[in-house]
Design a protein around this ligand. Structure first.
Ligand code: DHB
Length: 310
């Protein structure tokens, strides 16, 4: 079978598929399950300075071709994930990824600094949590993005990446790409869930989740075209200087193959992991290998970014 090993920001991964920050990655028990699974790395839940319970329940809803949630960053606080990174590093031979979600520039500085000194291999800076009342998604505020990045550029040598919200307008892509290229960003993870969407149960005549009057982040199969467009557009704008991790609606090897054509160096899985469990990582990677073999490709590199235009 063709190898699917890859690199994100120079860090080696044994396969193309790992977990995304979000589902089932907040406790040590959950992280150990990811460690034992086929996931190529262990990504931890986005953390905040202090532990959080998160939003009121019901705060997530699973439906046929998607998922909506407004979790509100339930997590154990960043100190715990610094400890977990060291424990996981000892137990598993795969890269450890930290995700930080600040409420201020100072929060980001404190947490990035802490993970720079930790056993984590990569640091994902979350600019796209849509579920905190009164807090805009940083990635939609270009001035604030610039500000935060200027303050975390020189905190250490570990690769820092950005988890981006989906963009829909070429001028926004261009502005964010310029900001990324001005700073020490080694990878982007694109896309986060589409923020502030609404799913209605017509029988009950009701929203399906409680927080924010039913508004929540949409993920799963329905968001794949948006994820592909974001990966492709950033692939074109960033000119190979920044690794790209694709996320959004990947449930099969074919989905992963499409992200590879669009230009992703690796993919992360959230909704399918939530729905199917930890077997999904190995399954999707195996399916991708079968597709590569059938098409006569021997490596990820041969296909990466090779999308044809009509
Ligand atoms: C949450 C949701 C997100 O999409 C994210 O990036 C971070 C946190 C949440 O509500 O917990």
């Amino acid at each position: 079978m063709p190898a699917t090993k890859t690199k994100i920001a120079g860090v080696e991964f044994d396969s193309y598929v790992l977990n995304a920050s979000g589902p089932k990655d907040a406790t040590m028990e959950e992280l150990e399950i990811i460690g034992h699974s086929g996931s190529a790395g262990i990504m931890m839940k986005s953390c905040t300075i202090e532990p959080r319970e998160g939003n009121e329940e019901p705060r997530s809803f699973d439906f046929a071709d998607g998922y909506i949630q407004s979790m509100g960053l339930p997590n154990l606080g960043y100190r715990k994930y610094v400890e977990f990174a060291a424990e996981l590093k000892k137990k598993f031979k795969k890269p450890i990824l930290a995700s930080v979600s600040g409420f201020s520039k100072e929060d980001y500085v404190l947490m990035v600094e802490a993970f720079q000194k930790s056993e984590a291999d990569l640091i994902e800076v979350n600019f796209s949590c849509p579920n905190i009342k009164g807090k805009p998604q940083v990635g939609y505020d270009f001035e604030q993005s610039e500000n935060v990045l200027a303050s975390i550029d020189n905190l250490g040598e570990k690769p820092v990446g950005l988890k981006l919200p989906p963009y829909f307008d070429m001028s926004h892509y261009a502005q964010m790409a310029e900001i990324i290229l001005r700073h020490k960003i080694s990878f982007i993870t694109s896309i986060n869930s589409i923020g502030n969407t609404l799913i209605i149960d017509p029988e009950k005549e009701s929203a399906v989740i409680k927080p924010n009057n039913g508004l929540g982040g949409l993920s799963g199969n329905r968001v794949k075209p948006i994820g592909l467009a974001n990966v492709r557009t950033f692939y074109n704008l960033l000119g190979g200087k920044v690794s790209i991790v694709g996320v959004g609606g990947i449930s099969t090897g074919t989905d992963a193959f499409e992200y590879l054509l669009a230009g992703a160096d690796a993919v992360q899985i959230a909704t399918t992991f939530e729905k199917e469990g930890a077997g999904c990582f190995g399954r999707i990677n195996n399916e991708l290998q079968e597709i590569l073999e059938k098409k006569g490709y021997n490596s990820i590199e041969e296909v990466k970014g090779k999308l044809k235009y009509l």
